[in-house]
Design a protein around this ligand. Structure first.
Ligand code: NAP
Length: 252
């Protein structure tokens, strides 16, 4: 069995996931840099250093997920932390189209069901599928951690408040996918309460990445901070929480 703790970060070839991978290495982990393109994963891993290894992982492809789980077991024999970071915000937003204009075309009344299904396939079902595949390894770990990278825009409590600034873009595609991810997080945390595994959701904040055309206001260091903190929680740390680095607990 590998002598260092092992973390798998999905969608770690760029953005917040790459930064999470980089920081977990500095905390002594061997990090598997999940990437649907092996080449981009290898480039990211070599940028991080020898404790990062690329792993081909498309969270919407069951055979890719199964192959990744089998490789982790045979090559490293352990998995201590799973960071479900991979996500997409849309499949049909046009170049230069504003988030507000895309939101107008993706309301409950007019959204394409194919658009909803494609985004939920990655952001919700992908997380469940990867988690199911990795759970046997996580159950064997001395302190298994699952971190689901969610978003404050998925909070039902916040969106129910007319004063919430992102309320006008709350819709069935990306925001509701994160609401569903929050539900999955809580369900996983409840099931795994009797085990050593902690399951939490984090909100990175509006971060400058490819996901939003680099319009975010936070750096990737700021965006990665809470996921890294929660991946490193000690045995007395909480499970079933939804938190942000500076805002603290976010209502579900
Ligand atoms: P990003 O730079 O676009 O990175 C997303 C990553 O997910 C990429 O590596 C992408 O791979 C990967 N991915 C997408 N579909 C995948 C699939 N089917 N299988 C495997 N990997 C897949 O976006 P980011 O901002 O860093 O997003 C990271 C997380 O933070 C996401 O969960 C996002 O919802 C969340 N978040 C971001 C913000 C923000 O403001 N940026 C705010 C709140 C929450 P490719 O390179 O191959 O496309």
């Amino acid at each position: 069995m590998h002598d260092k703790p092992v973390a798998l970060v999905t969608g770690a070839n760029q953005g917040i996931g790459l930064q999470i991978a980089r920081e977990l290495v500095t905390h002594g982990f061997t990090v598997l840099v999940g990437s649907r393109s092996l080449g981009r994963g290898e480039a990211a891993a070599s940028e991080i250093g020898p404790d990062a290894r690329a792993i081909q992982l498309d969270v919407t492809d069951q055979s890719s997920i199964a192959a990744a789980a089998a490789r982790i077991r045979s090559e490293l024999g352990r998995l201590d932390a799973l960071v479900n970071n991979a996500a997409i915000s849309n499949t049909s937003k046009r170049q230069g189209q504003s988030v507000e204009d895309y939101a107008k075309l993706t309301r409950p009344s007019n959204v394409s069901l194919d658009e909803v299904r494609a985004v939920w396939e990655t952001n919700v079902f992908g997380v469940l599928a990867v988690t199911q595949a990795m759970l046997p390894l996580l159950r064997e770990a001395p302190a298994g951690r699952i971190v689901n990278v969610s978003s404050g825009v998925g909070s039902l409590t916040r969106n129910a408040d007319p004063a919430f600034p992102y309320r006008s873009i709350f819709g069935p595609v990306y925001p509701a996918s994160k609401t569903a991810l929050n539900a999955m997080t809580l369900a996983m945390a409840i099931e795994l309460e009797p085990t050593r595994i902690k399951v939490n959701a984090v909100s990175p904040g509006f971060t400058k990445t490819n996901l939003n055309g680099y319009q975010g206001t936070e750096t990737v260091e700021e965006g990665a901070r809470e996921a890294v903190r929660v991946a490193l929680l000690g045995p007395d740390g909480p499970t079933g929480m939804f938190t942000h680095a500076t805002l603290g607990t976010i209502p579900w």
